[in-house]
Design a protein around this ligand. Structure first.
Ligand code: MG
Length: 338
């Protein structure tokens, strides 16, 4: 039996990106129990990928038999079976994979980073994300981000210059710009990025729609800022074809279907000479902490989804001056329940 519950996560501020806006997010939480040990998982269904909480629950129910009959220590075999049985709602697979890995870590009494041979002291600084807003509200929001040395700014509503000028009137911190596929003309994208090159921008995330790979490659040849793929990449099979257009990829557990796939993606991307960003959806500290366990081996972290909500049911990874801090409790090292 897998315990499943939908929980409404309330956003501190209305979350506005190029595609849509929201005041809350409904995520699906699960618990797998065996031998007196509970493993927790979270799914953050995303409309961009055709996901919703009801379908996510259906897929988790479909996986229940597989989990019941499995040796949970054989997590790579479990993942293979789930990939064969579940073709959509990757966030459902992410929740199961997370819960299995939490259970495995707790059963072995080791934190997950240790299981993978990673040094938690090498966990990077996470950026803090600012949604699209009016210049006045943006300035107020940025004043509240003093503890974060790097900001990620959402754009894509045709007022990019206004937004960046407002941010730059308050801070000189490095900025990461996320366009969420909003620029559909390569000439428009080029004009905007050439202007941004003078603004201390660390990289541009997904400037053009995922299906405009050739246009993105054209863009890359004409600019000096790295381009990072987000909506263009879900799992390991997507990466090789992206190396012509992108310097890096944004891996999210909800897209990859979990930690086991994310590790493969990190290795493949690095093997292709690409950098890796670990990102997130709007998620509680449960899923954010799961991703943070992989963060010691990636270049860029954007693991702040839990900081954008005000009713987090879990406690896990801490952030000190932007740096992700993992402790040595076993499994995901997360406390709380749903
Ligand atoms: Mg993004």
């Amino acid at each position: 039996m897998i315990d499943i519950k939908i929980k409404k996560l309330q956003l501190r501020n209305t979350w506005r990106i190029a595609r849509n806006s929201s005041d809350y997010k409904e995520n699906v939480f699960i618990k797998i129990q065996r031998n007196g040990i509970a493993g927790f998982g979270e799914a953050a269904p995303n409309v961009r990928y055709g996901e919703n909480p009801q379908l996510t629950i259906e897929r988790i129910r479909k996986a229940e038999k597989i989990i019941e009959n499995a040796d949970l220590f054989q997590f790579t075999a479990i993942k293979k079976t789930l990939d064969e049985e579940i073709q959509d709602q990757n966030c459902a697979k992410a929740a199961i994979d997370m819960a299995v890995m939490d259970w495995v870590g707790k059963s072995l009494d080791v934190p997950l980073y240790k299981l993978w041979g990673l040094n938690p002291l090498l966990a990077p600084i996470t950026s803090f994300s600012i949604g699209i807003d009016t210049p006045d509200i943006l300035k107020k929001k940025i004043e509240q981000t003093k503890d974060f040395p790097i900001l990620k700014i959402k754009v894509g509503k045709d007022n990019e210059k206004e937004i960046i000028k407002a941010v730059r009137s308050i801070t000189e911190k490095p900025l990461r710009i996320d366009v969420n596929e909003a620029w559909t003309s390569k000439e428009e994208a080029l004009e905007k990025i050439l202007w941004m090159q003078e603004q201390n921008i660390e990289f541009i995330e997904q400037p053009m729609p995922a299906d405009m790979l050739q246009e993105t490659a054209w863009l890359r040849e004409r600019i000096n800022i790295p381009i990072v793929a987000d909506e263009s990449v879900k799992n390991v099979s997507d990466i090789a074809k992206l190396s012509c257009a992108f310097e890096g990829i944004n891996i999210k557990l909800m897209k990859s279907g979990g930690l086991v796939e994310a590790i493969k993606m990190i290795e493949v991307a690095h093997g292709l000479g690409m950098k890796v960003m670990l990102g997130c959806m709007i998620e509680s500290s449960l899923a954010i902490t799961a991703a943070a366990h992989l963060s010691p081996c990636i270049e860029w972290a954007d693991l702040d989804g839990n900081l954008l909500i005000n009713n987090d049911p879990f406690q896990g990874v801490k952030v000190e001056n932007g740096k992700l801090i993992l402790d040595d409790s076993p499994g995901l090292g997360v406390s709380g329940d749903f």
